[in-house]
Design a protein around this ligand. Sequence first.
Ligand SMILES: *Cc1c(COP(=O)(O)O)cnc(C)c1O
Length: 364
Amino acid sequence: MTIPFASFLPMERELGPALREAFDRVFRRSWYVEGAEDEAFERAFAEYLGMRHCVGVGNGLDALMLALKALGIGEGDEVIVPSNTFIATALAVTYVGARVVFVEPDIRTFNIDPARIEGAVTERTKAIMPVHLYGQACDMDPIMEIARRRGLKVVEDCAQAHGATYKGRKVGTFGDAAGFSFYPGKNLGALGDAGAAVTNDDALAEKIRALGNYGSDYKYHHIYKGNNSRLDELQAAFLSVKLPHLDRMNADRRRIAGRYLSGIRNPGVTLPFVRDDCVPVWHIFGVRCEARDALESHLKARGVGTNKHYPIPMHLQECYRDLGYSKGDFPIAEAISATELSLPMYYGMSDEEIECVVEAINTF
Ligand SMILES: *Cc1c(COP(=O)(O)O)cnc(C)c1O
């Protein structure tokens, strides 16, 4: 049996007809950017989260970057980001001209360790960007407490955690603003690139929208040197088809994760830790193994596809050489990079496929 790391097939089989219908609807209307579909999805997603505003943008990176920009963060400022995340979190900070300051994660949850944040705060620090990595919420209470006490903004990176909760409350609702990605592989994915920023602040929402639309408040009137980053009508229409299925599809990922957590028994493999105040949505099911590369080969030989999130930590990436870091500076991020292996995880994975993965790991 061959089990891919990820597959869209079960989703496509189920939602194909509705997605084609959405395409036809947009095509008949002959209106492709900034229209009724965009508005309808923004309203639906804001409502799903219980937020006042959702601004559709071109992708997740832009959502984060535009939120930072709208909050007035730029040259001379510092922003705290976890040392273990996808590079987009850091690039959003770099793009607004601010300096990235890495803070190590808790190795059990992979998420930023609140106890280490305060030590990284300086008089230049303007914001904290918690990333709800792999679909599990960060420990938001202490993060929000530090932010309040030190007068810092909080921009949540929710690209991997649509629908995940912390103490019963959805991620994306804690900070001043949050960025979501609807890249196809995310828990809520479009059929191309798309993203959104959410906030409860009316003025901030308006500014994010203007910044993503050439800095324009009305046509051909430009108040900021903005970007072009809008959610197009087709992607918005596809997302409106998929949003009503998000909770059910997340629940399916929890079914898969549950079988992994109860079935995998290998002393060399450390399973992900689930906080009891969090309901994760399992964007990624990441295990840790000292012999990670051997485990990867073992699984590959048995037809099981895997991935690594992420093989090179950001402080050792070539593009961030200017920050002057070297190996050993962020040992926890480095340990995760060296040992993490992501198991197959996608909506509609069959019980037989799951058992095959469990069996392959238990025989390693
Ligand atoms: C995917 C992702 C992003 C960026 O989203 P894009 O839509 O690809 O720009 C940002 N942060 C994290 C943690 C991600 O996984």
